[in-house]
Design a protein around this ligand. Structure first.
Ligand code: NIG
Ligand code: FE
Length: 414
């Protein structure tokens, strides 16, 4: 704990409402997925960067000693939002491709002619370490203003030793949780995926494993096939990394069976998942991470979220923030899409981008809930009902962000 945090107390008082996923378990599934505790006319007391207590204002006893206060009148408090799937560490943009797609070019076609992911690889390699770190800090500011207090970010736009490791270091320095997406695409200097993986596993993995907490692979036609994905993930698991997969985004290539076989934390996307995949995932420990902003951005079908939730799968929600398939850093917008397009309830959406997302990142038990002992990460909505998170589509809804008991962004201070 920093000296700044020690002994410091922050009282968020007179909140119109406070909402948090119920209980202490993670990941939540079945009926528990939609179980949220709501307190009206509430307070949250933060101490030493953790939540010390919360409840109704009428139950708040006298506080002796120094306490900073934050006026919550007219506001609702939620746990700080957790974005468990982003590609925020990139340079440049793909606004030209965005325009081309509007006139008929598909995402897969642009990828096949060296655009898409490889266009961002060129920009990211060219940015240099300092330029890349600056771009990530800018993206991190956008995420914070959108209410995200914990973010995961993947490498995968370097695909050479230097830029992959610089990406993972920059993510850690920006306060993020780093995932090594060493198998995102085959860079042009390699003849095929096998030759690239020979290099990545021998030359990059040993250092990447010291910086990242997880590894990820893009298992898809035109990227890595199931055998290549298995080889990559097995090597990463042996190096101590948790496993994640981009799977069933455009086509079903066996991502769910592979994720289950290898004991992966999550399989992410699932826009192309059929009934067998839904059943298999529901019967497993693997979390399905749904990325509705990406499906919207690429005009793809939405993932079968309702079927997954109803069959008891553990699901989480994330932005997939990246320059090509989801230029959206807002979990508020993702929550709206979760209700409007995935047919989840506001409570299921909240669980998806708080406690279940924290579980995917290996942080359940300390973030994603308002509960005593949890890290004091909060987001205050400019709304008297917490369900505005999903209800108020695209709104400028965030009044303040609290991280580890410190106000890190506030509309009033801007
Ligand atoms: O999750 N599908 C693979 N990777 C990213 C997109 C990356 C990009 O287009 O730059 C995704 O959608
Ligand atoms: Fe992604």
């Amino acid at each position: 704990m920093s000296d700044r945090a020690r002994g410091r107390r922050l009282l968020v008082r007179d909140l119109a409402q406070l909402a948090t996923p119920s209980g202490r378990d993670a990941p939540l599934r079945g009926a528990a997925l939609g179980s949220v505790d709501v307190v009206n006319d509430a307070y949250v007391l933060c101490e030493d960067g953790r939540i010390a207590a919360f409840g109704a204002m009428s139950e708040l006893g006298p506080l002796v000693g120094e306490v900073d206060e934050l006026d919550g009148r007219g506001l609702s408090a939620l746990p700080g939002l957790v974005d468990c799937h982003t590609h925020a560490c990139f340079a440049g943009d793909r606004v030209d491709e965005f325009e081309l797609r509007a006139t008929g070019a598909s995402y897969e076609e642009l990828h096949a002619v060296g655009g898409g992911i490889l266009a961002t690889v060129r920009a990211t390699r060219a940015a240099g370490e300092a330029g890349l770190a600056e771009a990530l800090r800018r993206h991190r500011r956008w995420m914070r203003r959108a209410g995200t207090t914990t973010f995961e970010a993947k490498s995968g736009y370097g695909l050479d030793r230097e830029t992959e490791l610089a990406s993972l270091s920059a993510i850690r320095e920006a306060g993020g949780i780093a995932t090594w997406l060493g198998a995102h695409a085959v860079p042009p200097e390699f003849a095929d995926a096998g030759a690239y993986l020979d290099f990545a596993l021998a030359e990059v993995l040993p250092n990447a494993a010291k910086l990242a907490v997880a590894a990820d692979v893009f298992l898809e036609d035109g990227a890595f096939d199931v055998d290549q994905a298995r080889r990559y993930l097995e090597a990463c698991r042996a190096a101590g990394l948790a496993l994640r997969l981009h799977g069933d985004q455009f086509t079903e290539q066996g991502a769910i069976p592979l994720a289950i076989e290898l004991g992966a934390r999550s399989v992410d996307h699932l826009e192309a998942t059929g009934d067998d995949g839904v059943r298999a995932l529901a019967a497993s420990e693997v979390v399905g991470v749904l990325l509705p902003a990406s499906a919207l951005f690429l005009d793809r079908p939405m993932p079968p979220a309702r079927a997954l939730a109803d069959s008891g799968a553990a699901i989480a929600l994330a932005t997939d923030f990246n320059p090509g398939s989801s230029f959206c850093e807002s979990l508020g917008i993702v929550s709206s899409l979760a209700v409007m397009q995935l047919h989840l309830t506001p409570a299921e959406a909240l669980t998806g981008c708080t406690v279940n997302a924290a579980y995917v990142l290996g942080r359940a038990g300390e973030i994603g809930r308002i509960a005593p002992g949890y890290i004091a990460d909060l987001v205050l909505l400019d709304a008297t009902d917490w369900r505005y998170l999903s209800y108020h589509l695209g709104a400028d809804l965030i009044a303040a962000v609290v991280e580890a008991g410190n106000v890190t962004w506030s509309r009033v201070a801007e």
